[in-house]
Design a protein. Structure first.
Lengths: 307, 307, 307, 307
């Protein structure tokens, strides 16, 4: 259960079976960092090309296809004081006939936010708007989290799938454990695309983009097979579906939740259906990337009484 | 600002331009009741045919096409102790290839719930499951809320549209004000399909279905034109989109929210985009009915500072 | 088997349970006319308000819910020399990010076409384009065909459903028989929205819109239950699905085709699946209306050999 | 303009930036072969693992990102007498509530077809059905055609994208020229997944799968930038969109067609819109793979008159 301090030197723009940057063991902790979506680091220097550059891959000894990799996000925190965001809602998120009424794309205007890392706030500093003194609470989350995908694929960090990827779910914050199906030897775990704040759906195509310090701990669940990413925090268990349209993402997440309840919580027959029918919650991860993300959530308290 | 006690004698299974059951004025309050989705009343007697029977229509004096009708839901509360629900998740909510693994549809098994109206709880009493002592907190909401649709249509209370309808949104509870576009003289407001409890998406095709006592107050906003239903509570403003796939429902809701922020809150240029980008929240109303429902939400606190 | 000459005086803008304009019997033929989508008649006079005004409803004696109404389209033909169309592709048919590059909506430019009814051609006469001498062959079809919908609904002639409606399928031409489920006593059949020519999908929101002379013959199939509209011509049997997204319309049409092959053509077990797998064809009706239309087609020759 | 006879020894199951198996020049012709979807060759021997194994990649000298690769399919022809297909329609192609009525998945029954390569027919030889003497005309096509994708991705041969891939379009037959955007040096062209016959949509998840002999000629269009695959035969120009839902695939294909008409055929202003509005045709490639395929077609004759 070693603690590894890892300073990335190269970054990938896809989740694939690349040479590991670090080999770790079940139970180990990694302290590392991510650059922002544009490849800028803690000093706001451009250190790699844009497009959600990923830190990793981390090779986990003993991980094999058919296992599950659990990643506990110990701590996610911005490591610089300047964050940036887009300023126009994506045309795929509004009515097609409304697109002509949207602000023009050019000139590209980037919003800048000053992050107060002590107070935990982000303040809009440009462009000028009539939003007044616009200050948000930080909710640092990782947009990209995932493993090497199946079938020897390398899948862009702009999108997502069963391997995780660019899910842009604002529930992936410090304290959450995320589970991934292992498709290749060593699992090959990647992280990136930190957001200081993000609305549901990432509808402007960005959160408040910033470089992060990240501390995480891995745990290997041998011979534990899952189909889609799962997660849990103190209050909820969660399953994640990535697809278009949202309907299909929701189908994936819901199916994965039924499987989880039946296999691991022993909910027999119609019990999982009755429970989900009255208690399920859905969150929208992103509706911007090529694959959209829907999260199916259930409060853990409901399973406490299950016999 | 009269208070009308109205006991329904007939029920409609569609939102349409029917003869009003009661004529009321701007500011009036109505105390009435709804039967459950199957047409059973407070005494659990079948008083009309199944299929989301609606109480109404209520004619509001002075309402004309191009106005907005505001309905403040003063109080929604079950008026009997037995609630019923389905017990199998709808096949459109899971992966197509998983449907064959679902519980069979026949025999149709209906779950029964005992409602403790004093404590505000619902307890599953049949079928037997291994969920243990399964008790939920009541969250009484109306599945159906709406007005007569445009173009002389009569639209089934199984679905929804710009007129509202069967939106099955669990945020439509006591204390919320819902806004509808007025399409016909008198607006013709309808309510029905009370749920004691419901999960997001109404994924088993029902909430805990029960008859309700309902108290609401109407207010007419003359020459105020909206496109989709809107709502607000103490904390949030909300817009509603009804369509398939979910993507389109989300587009409708988001577009309506941008219009609202620009027209009524004076957010100019990109301000609404920047605000929504970091602060928007989405809820899933239903993913069961012919048209799905997505709610776009924004905390009112963000507009307080707007200049 | 009477022949009725019927000159419409009123038009409806929805498919609903309205007072019949004519009562006819099984086997009867009707010779009548339709106005164009904007309510203009054979003399190009505005005789009713715009929005796909419908001729009908025609009441068929003996038709009851659970029957099927067969309508043989004997002859569909424009009855004036001027046709009109839109000139901009609808924004929902192109990539969302491309909408900003589309021609502006205002000023609304209407194209005019001169129809040569003897030669069977349509020539673009305005606006000026660099398409050269642009002459198309007429393919007269009805955009709107259907019966009164179920549940006492009245559904706008802008959209479609199990009752048929505004399907905008360019296969609905002279010589085709279309089948509709009967939902109300008398079936209540409507027609309208003639197009002299139309591309797949009606992607500019119109065909070449023109008033029509129409001759059709009805036949009642008692106790024959279908779920979605069906059709046949000399070469094909066809089923129609109306929904969004296209995926769902295709699901409806395919399911209806499997049912047809199994029930009426005796294709047992996997025979219908094997046949459709290699021989099915799909046409896109419209991708413009609130509900899209997909047609599933199969050549009749394949069933000839079926035992 | 050399002619290369190439006998593949290795096969890839993804479109990616792999070491080329052959380097060819602009204008060269390649005579080669493909194995079937399950990795079986002309002798029906299993020579590689299943999952649409691809022949290639072929490196085209001088090809660079921003160019277009034209591939003329000179000749596609099955090279053995046994073809195989699935026998059950995929559950995503029927109504969700109909899936329970579908034939069971297990036991997996594979249909076998005897191909008469001289007469050009396929005859069903098992399982037994009541389809009678069921003989289809061959329409040999390639399910997989494409180049290495952008962003250093490797994308499974089970799906498709801007690089082409597993499009399963039954219009990709001998005599067609297909155009691909070049994303990497050398373009890296792949082929595979031959179907002797296939219905629209590949709704049972296979065509009649068989190994092929393939002859193709490449041509490089320098500094010619396209976004999605395009194609042409004697009668039509075609554009291809790959995405889910079908609506999005259709948006991609339509947008690409507008661009083509405006840039290469000089259709100015609204001319392309008016033309497509009345003359566009859509084909459904597949509705089975992770990304669906829609083809937008336009008869070349319409552009002949264009000034």
């Amino acid at each position: 259960m070693a603690i590894h301090k890892f300073h990335p030197k190269i970054y990938y723009n896809a989740f694939g079976t690349y040479t590991p940057v670090l080999r770790i063991s079940d139970g180990d902790t990694v302290i590392t960092s991510t650059v922002d979506n544009n490849g800028r680091d803690a000093a706001d220097n451009q250190v790699t090309r844009p497009g959600n550059p990923l830190t990793g891959p981390f090779y986990i000894h003993g991980a094999e296809p058919g296992d599950t990799l659990a990643v506990h996000l110990e701590k996610l925190w911005p490591n610089r004081r300047i964050g940036r965001s887009s300023t126009v809602i994506s045309p795929n998120v509004v009515d097609p006939e409304y697109v002509r009424e949207m602000p023009p794309l050019e000139p590209r205007i980037t919003a800048e936010w000053e992050l107060d890392l002590e107070r935990g706030t982000a303040m809009l500093i440009k462009p000028e708007t009539n939003l007044g003194h616009f200050v948000l609470s930080l909710n640092p989350m990782l947009g990209c989290l995932g493993v090497a995908p199946p079938r020897e694929q390398a899948i862009s960090s702009a999108t997502s799938g069963t391997h995780g990827g660019n899910m842009d779910y604002r529930g992936f914050v410090s304290g959450v454990t995320v589970y991934f199906p292992v498709f290749v030897e060593g699992a090959l775990f990647f992280i990136g695309d930190g957001h200081a704040v993000q609305g549901d759906g990432e509808i402007i195509g960005t959160g408040i983009e910033v470089s992060f310090d990240v501390k995480f701990t891995v745990k290997l669940l041998k011979d534990k097979k899952i189909t889609w990413p799962r997660a849990e925090n103190k209050e909820y268990i969660m399953t994640v579906g990535n697809a278009r349209p949202l309907d299909q993402a929701l189908q994936h997440a819901t199916t994965e939740m039924i499987r989880w309840l039946q296999a691991d919580y022993g909910l027999k027959d119609r019990a999982a259906h009755i429970l989900l029918g009255q208690c399920v919650e859905y969150d929208v991860g992103n509706v911007f990337d090529p694959a959209y993300t829907v999260v199916c959530k259930l409060k853990k308290r409901w399973m406490k009484a299950a016999v």
